[in-house]
Design a protein around this ligand. Sequence first.
Ligand code: MG
Length: 302
Amino acid sequence: MAASDYEIHDARFAGMIFENAGIDVLWSGGRWCEGPTYFPAGRYLVWSDIPNDRVLRWDEASGHVATFEQPCRNQNGHTRDRQGRLVACEHRSRSVTRIEHDGTRTVVADGFGGRRLNSPNDVIVRSDDSIWFTDPSYGIDSDYEGDAAPMEQDGRHVYRVDPSGALTRVVSDMVQPNGLAFSPDETLLYVTDTGRTHVPDCAPRIRQYRVAADGRSVADGTDFVFCDAGLFDGLRVDAAGNVWSSAGDGVHCFAPDGTLLGKIRTGEPVANLCFGGPKRNRLFLCATSTLLSVYVNARGVS
Ligand code: MG
C-alpha cells in the first residue's frame, strides 16, 4: 500500500499512522463482511459475512481462516464481553446472543414491550457488564441479510440490557442507529446513523450522547460529525478518545472534539473495524469482500 493511501487532514494524524505500514489483505471472498472482534486470549478474530450467513475466524498465529459457524442466523455485529465471551447480533433470529464458556448459546434479548426486535446490528459491553445494542431494520427489510418481515417495534432504537436481564430503550431519536462505542471513560456514547438508506435527506452522521452517572441512560444527544464519503457504520475509540469510523472510502479518524484528523483509504467501502493484536494497535477492517489489517500508532480501549 502506498503512503498516499493515508490522507492526513491534521498534523496529529501523521503521528498516529506508519506511512510505511501497508494494509494486509488477510482474506477475501466475502459478500458483505461485518462485525470484527478480536480475542486476545486465543489470538483470533471472528467476523461475519452476512449475506452468506456465516461467521469466519482468522487465526493470528497461523494466518488460517476457517468457518466458525454456518448457518449463523445471519449474524452481524459482535463484541467480546468482560469475561471473554462472544456476544453476537443476529438478524434472522432478531436477537442478541452470547456463547457461554461451555459453548452453549444464551439469548440475551429478543423482544421489547412484548414485540420482537427488528434486527440487532451492533453491540458493545460497558464496564458494568451491561450490554448495549442498536436495532435498525436492515435484517428484516429483505431476504438478503435475514428474513423479510414486518417491523413490530415503533421505530429503530438503541437498547441496554442490564446485568439483571432487564431491557430498556436508551436512544429513540435516530432513523437507523447502527454502530456504537463508548468514550474511554464511558461518559459518552457514540452511535452512527445510516438512515440515508431509507430517508434521502438524513445526513450520515455520528451522534454523541452523555451517559448518566449511574450508567443506565443517556441524554443531551448532539451531532458529533457528518460523513463526506458514503456512510459511517461501525466505529471504535482509541485510548486517547479518538474516534475511528468506517466509511465509504475507508476509515475516518476524528479527535474527541470532532476534528477530522485523517483517513485510511481502502479499495472497498469499510463496514466495521476493531482494534486487536496483543497490543491492541492493529486495526482490522471488514471492507465489503475482504478482511484487512493495518498497524497504527494508537491503542484501542478494549
Ligand atoms: Mg453495522
